[in-house]
Design a protein around this ligand. Structure first.
Ligand code: NAD
Ligand code: MG
Length: 398
């Protein structure tokens, strides 16, 4: 029986994780749950799962939850704030931590799990994007075990040999005969739209992803393909990849979740339904396989699979992210922060969809003119850059 902490339990990945655990009640136990401010949903989860601890980032939400749980006699202990989240990520009883808080807000609790040497099921790509080398070095130093949840990285992981799977962040792709990693993406809801029409698309249209059901931030990122850009940076760190190893391919059907090409001409692909329960199940059970509650593909019902080269005029955020990946840590930390501010403003109808790339690009130009990657040698310095960048990004909102 493995004890699991789920950070971001009230979100899309959080609920898929609970679905997989529900399929395997004798293998996995919900030990602790963490989230931002949604105390009503957390109250339901606590009654259903009876975790030992729950942590809410929002202290007022934690207080309300504590009162509600006491009133129904639920014994779950309620913690609050960033400290509470870090605490449930690092308790000695915990075997695995699902890191599924959205955005930079998840960095410290994810790092707490890493520093406690846990198996870390990494969904929170923003944490890795904003801390890169520091993150993968901490994994090695503290003997943590990194398992990629993101469907593409999980697919790539499955197509790579064990020598790489067990040495993420520090592996040598060339030694394993890897030629290229093909990172696939659907292209989002606007892949066939007239480029001139993108300035007037609404948040509702942007979050209506054609294949995947996800939280609002990642859904907007999928529409702009910033998500693929963040995943490109994520892949660079997870697989210790260089520019020649990485290629983005648009695959509208989302049947293939990514591929690995070897020097002998072989291409390995991982395929499945667009359901996060499949990659989540593997991160829990690796190196075994368990029931995920997902049916296998029916190839006779599938229809055609197609592939397209990404067009940077349609997806300027993707180009920005690839550039940032090779500019250094200051660029990726700043791009992530600017993008969080811009996406939030778009979701609140304050800026147009196409302004997301405009804000990101303007902020990147400013930050790259002043910052140096080599000054970012601590979590504190990264968090400070994140904070400064958010101020610059808000100035750009107009
Ligand atoms: P979501 O919006 O559905 O859920 C986000 C979770 O984070 C919620 O539980 C929320 O309470 C919590 N949260 C938000 N702000 C917080 C804060 N300040 N402090 C603590 N907790 C906070 O998002 P999601 O779609 O589940 O995505 C979560 C992460 O997983 C993101 O980093 C995303 O990129 C990644 N991811 C998601 C999917 C997917 O299919 N949804 C796929 C791959 C990767
Ligand atoms: Mg993904």
């Amino acid at each position: 029986m493995k004890n699991i902490t789920i950070l971001g339990a009230t979100g899309s990945i959080g609920s898929s994780t609970l679905k997989v655990i529900a399929q395997n009640p004798l293998r996995y136990r919900v030990f602790a749950l963490g989230a931002g401010s949604n105390h009503a949903q957390m109250f339901t989860l606590c009654q259903q799962w009876q975790p030992k601890y729950v942590a809410m980032a929002d202290k007022a939400a934690a207080l309300i939850l504590q009162k509600q749980l006491a009133a129904v006699g639920c014994k779950t202990e309620v913690l609050a704030g960033e400290e509470g989240l870090c605490h449930i990520a690092s308790l000695p009883e915990v075997d695995m931590v699902m890191a599924a808080i959205v955005g930079a807000a998840g960095l410290l609790s994810t790092m707490a799990a890493v520093k406690a040497g846990k198996r870390v099921l990494l969904a929170n790509k923003e944490a890795l994007v904003m801390s890169g080398q520091l993150f993968v070095d901490a994994v090695k130093e503290h003997g943590a075990e990194l398992m990629p949840v993101d469907s593409e990285h999980n697919a790539i992981f499955q197509c790579l040999p064990q020598s790489i799977q067990t040495n993420l962040g520090h592996c040598a792709l060339d030694d394993a005969g890897v030629h290229k990693i093909l990172l696939t993406g659907s292209g989002g809801p606007f892949r066939y739209s007239d480029i001139d029409s993108l300035a007037s698309v609404t948040p509702e249209q942007a979050i209506a992803h054609p294949n995947w059901s996800m939280g609002p931030k990642i859904s907007v990122d999928s529409a702009s393909m910033m998500n693929k850009g963040l995943e490109y940076i994520e892949a660079r760190w997870l697989f210790n990849a260089n520019k020649d190893h990485l290629q983005v391919v648009i695959h509208p059907q989302s049947v293939i979740h990514s591929m690995v090409q070897y020097t002998d001409g072989s291409t390995l692909a991982q395929m499945g339904e667009p359901d996060m329960c499949t990659p989540i199940a593997l991160t829990l059970s690796y190196p075994q396989r368990v029931e995920a509650g997902v049916k296998p593909l029916d190839f006779t019902e599938m229809g055609e699979l197609t592939f397209i080269k990404p067009d940077f005029a349609r997806y300027p955020c993707l180009e920005l992210a690839i550039e940032a990946c090779y500019s250094g840590q200051h660029a990726t930390t700043a791009l992530n922060a600017a993008n969080e501010v811009a996406v939030d403003a778009f979701l609140q109808h304050k800026i147009a969809f196409t302004d997301i790339a405009r804000v990101n690009s303007a902020v990147m130009n400013k930050v790259c003119a002043t910052e140096q990657a080599n000054q970012l040698d601590s979590l504190e310095s990264l968090i400070e850059l994140d904070r400064m960048t958010r101020i610059l990004a808000r100035e750009q909102l107009g």
